[in-house]
Design a protein around this ligand. Sequence first.
Ligand code: KG4
Ligand code: ZN
Length: 351
Amino acid sequence: MIETTNELKKEDKKDKLVLAIETSCDETAAAVVKNGRDVLSNIIYSQIKVHTVFGGVVPEIASRKHIEKINPVITAALQDAGVSLKDIDVMAVTYGPGLVGALLVGVAEAKAIAYAAGKPLVGVHHIEGHISANYIEHKDLEPPFLCLVASGGHSHLVMVEDYGSYRIIGRTRDDAAGEAFDKVARAIGLGYPGGPKVDRLAAEGDSSAITFPRARIADAPDDFSFSGLKSAVLNYLNQCQMKEIKVNKADVAASFQQAVIDVLTDHTIAAARRLGVSKVAIAGGVAANSSLRKQMQEAATKNHMTFYHPSPIYCTDNAAMIGVAGYYEYLKGSRDGWDLNAVPNLKIGQR
Ligand code: KG4
Ligand code: ZN
């Protein structure tokens, strides 16, 4: 009996290594994370080149590429971390939301490894992963904090009450912020993926050149709406074409980007003030935007709040963030069985 207790204590103190897999969209990724905070490896195979010719992600091609790349990516993650499968304590995998065929590749792979190697399996929510990316480089960051999640599929304001415990404060009523970036980029001929290209071009433009709308929803101040902004940009481009006015693409990019950033920053700071929160974070692909990071930092400082943001590599899709979220889910006691399935429309906090 005493021996068992000692064994357990020893087991509790041992470092926990999580092997994580992420295949929800067009990145095939695997990572090894120690104790939820230290990234030992972070391998990302980006499929961007494959999808660029189609102007966006083609789900069937994404799934096929994941199948082709998942094993070499996992092998590289283990090698880079200097560990082997037997050293791994927990297998974590994104099981939603995302493209169903893409998610299934990661889920099937994680189940196979966990079953064959006898490891516990933990399914992770993709957005909870994005939020958890903030823990990697901010060792001091602990809940509660307010996090703005802005990606290609989501724009949410999330109150992180505790590790693995989330309350949605606001969400987009239509397009996600990243989706708006991608659509506007396509309209001005920048191609896919739009966000980083708009970000770069905007640096050469005047953000006050064109006044685009900043949408507010009267009865829901924490919610977002970006479809009106997207339409306003398309209308502006059509008007210019009809009047044979030459479009200054850099000004369009800068003015559009400024409208998105103003809304994201204002909503986040206003919600944090109302909730009495002094820590604000950002996450998701759009969080890689250089102007958003700058404006959020300035607004947070002005309001005596501490601002947290992951490095760009941990903002866009990666498996390290899934390893972090998976670690805290594991500590909470979450375990999944061999019936774990991909859930393309998985809700935050749904388990
Ligand atoms: O989180 P993510 O990699 O994938 C999803 O979960 O959707 O986010 C991808 C989105 C795309 O819409 C992309 O255009 C946008 O994030 N994005 C950016 C930047 N980098 C990526 N948007 C604005 N500025 C950036 N630098
Ligand atoms: Zn994502």
